[in-house]
Design a protein around this ligand. Structure first.
Ligand code: ADE
Length: 370
C-alpha cells in the first residue's frame, strides 16, 4: 500500500460524520453473504480471490464449492493443481486458482497454517495483491489498514470529486492515501466493507441511487451533478484478435467406444494447466479452411492418425472475450480409427471429458456438438 505526501490529499472535511453514517448504513444494509457469516482469514482469502473479476452472484457457488471441498487451508494445500482447476472451471483467470493453491501451500509450510497478519508476510503469498492484503487484515483481523477495489475507487472518486484516473499508478496512490485518511480506525473491517457494499448496492456505475445514499450530503460529485462522469479512466486497453482452430478428433476403437485427443496447456500463455483439444493458431489473422489445410501443423496432425476423415465445415464456432484478446474459435471434426503414439496428445474416453478442466471456450464449442 503506497503512501503519498499529505499535501497531495484533497480537502476532506466531515470525516467523522462520513465514517459514522457509513458504519450505520452498513450495519443495516449489508447483504448476508456467506463469507461475512463465518469470518476467518481463510474465508476472506478464498472469497476475495474468487471475487476478483467476478460478480458476487457468480462467485457465490464457487465459494461454497471451495469451502465444502477444502474446509481448511491445509485441505487446499494438499489438493492437486488439476483438482483446484477443475473446481475453478468457468470462473476464468485461472492463474487465480493456481496461485490460491500455492498460497495455501506457503501458508502451511512457512506460517504454520495461520494466514499472516502483516503486510510484509502477506506480500509473500502468490496472487495476493494490495487489495486482498488490506481485505484480510481489516475484515478478518480488524487491523487498521485501508483497502481499495473497483467499488471503493468509484465511491471515493465521487465523494471527494477526484478526477485522477484510477488506472494510473499516480491516481491509485492518491486513492489509497484518501482511503487511509478516511479509515475508521476503531472499526476498520466494517468501514472497508461498508465502502465496498455502498459501491455495490448504491453508488453503482450507472444511475447511482443517490437519494438512498447515506453519504449524499457530503458527496462533492453529487453536489455538482457529475457523479456519472466519475471515476475517470485514462485509457482503454487495446483488444487484439486471436484466431484458434480446434479439432475434435474422435477415435473409435474396435468395440465402438469413442475416444478423443486432449492435451494440457503449458506455461507462458492463457489457460496454463487447463486441458484443451488439439489446436492450430493463425495469430491475429483468420484463414479459410483451404489455407488451414495447407499448414504444416495440420499435416503433422493428420499424419499421426490412422484412416483420418477430416470434415471441412466447422461443427462449432464461438467468440470469446478476454481482457486483452478477442478470440475467434472454430471447431472441426476429424474421425479416425487409431492414433500414432508419437502424437503429443492424450487419448481419453469421450465419456470421461468431465474429469478434465477445460477453458469455458472449449465447453461452449463442445456444447454445440452432439
Ligand atoms: N466484492 C469483492 N469483495 C467483496 C466483498 N467482500 N463483499 C462484497 N462484494 C465484494
Amino acid at each position: 500500500m503506497k503512501r503519498t505526501t499529505a499535501e497531495a490529499l484533497p480537502p476532506m472535511p466531515h470525516i467523522r460524520e462520513i465514517q459514522s453514517r457509513l458504519g450505520a448504513w452498513y450495519d443495516e444494509h449489508a447483504r448476508p453473504l456467506p463469507w461475512r457469516a463465518d469470518v476467518s482469514a481463510y474465508h476472506v482469502l478464498l472469497s476475495e480471490i474468487i471475487l476478483q473479476q467476478t460478480r458476487v452472484d457468480q462467485g457465490m457457488s464457487y465459494y461454497h464449492r471451495f469451502t465444502e471441498r477444502f474446509p481448511s487451508v491445509e485441505d487446499l494445500a494438499a489438493a492437486s493443481e488439476d483438482e483446484v482447476l477443475l473446481l475453478w472451471q468457468g470462473l476464468g483467470y485461472y492463474s487465480r486458482g493456481r496461485n490460491l493453491r500455492r498460497a495455501a501451500q506457503l501458508i502451511v509450510s512457512d506460517f504454520g497454517g495461520e494466514i499472516p497478519r502483516t503486510l510484509e508476510e502477506l506480500s509473500r503469498l502468490p496472487g495476493v495483491g494490495p487489495y486482498t492484503r488490506g481485505a484480510i487484515l481489516s475484515f478478518a483481523y480488524d487491523l487498521p489498514y485501508p483497502t481499495v477495489d473497483g467499488n471503493v475507487y468509484r465511491v471515493l472518486s465521487r465523494l471527494f470529486a477526484l478526477s485522477a484516473p484510477i488506472d494510473t499508478t499516480t491516481g491509485q496512490r492518491l486513492y489509497w492515501a484518501v482511503a487511509e485518511a478516511l479509515l475508521d480506525r476503531a472499526h476498520p473491517g466494517r468501514h472497508n466493507q461498508g465502502l465496498i457494499e455502498l459501491g455495490a448496492l448504491c453508488c453503482i456505475p450507472r444511475r447511482p441511487h443517490c437519494s438512498e445514499c447515506p453519504l449524499q450530503p457530503y458527496c462533492l460529485a453529487h453536489r455538482s451533478g457529475i457523479e456519472e462522469e466519475l471515476p475517470i479512466k485514462q485509457g482503454k486497453t487495446k483488444v487484439l484478435p486471436r484466431y484458434m482452430y480446434y479439432f475434435l478428433i474422435r477415435v473409435t476403437d474396435e468395440a465402438g467406444l469413442s475416444h478423443i485427443l486432449i492435451h494440457r496447456r503449458g506455461e507462458g500463455d492463457i489457460w496454463q494447466g487447463l486441458y484443451e483439444l488439439p489446436l492450430i493458431e493463425t495469430g491475429e489473422e483468420g484463414v479459410e479452411v483451404e489455407a488451414l489445410m495447407e499448414q504444416a501443423s495440420f499435416h503433422r496432425l493428420l499424419s499421426g492418425l490412422q484412416a483420418p476423415r477430416f470434415h471441412s465445415a466447422p461443427i462449432a464456432r464461438h467468440a470469446h472475450r478476454l481482457s486483452h484478446r478477442q478470440i475467434y474459435a472454430s471447431l472441426f471434426l476429424i474421425e479416425a480409427s487409431g492414433v500414432d503414439p508419437s502424437l503429443p496428445y492424450r487419448l481419453i474416453p469421450e465419456s470421461e471429458r468431465g474429469a478434465y478442466a477445460f477453458p469455458i471456450l472449449i465447453e461452449r464449442l463442445l456444447a454445440q456438438v452432439r
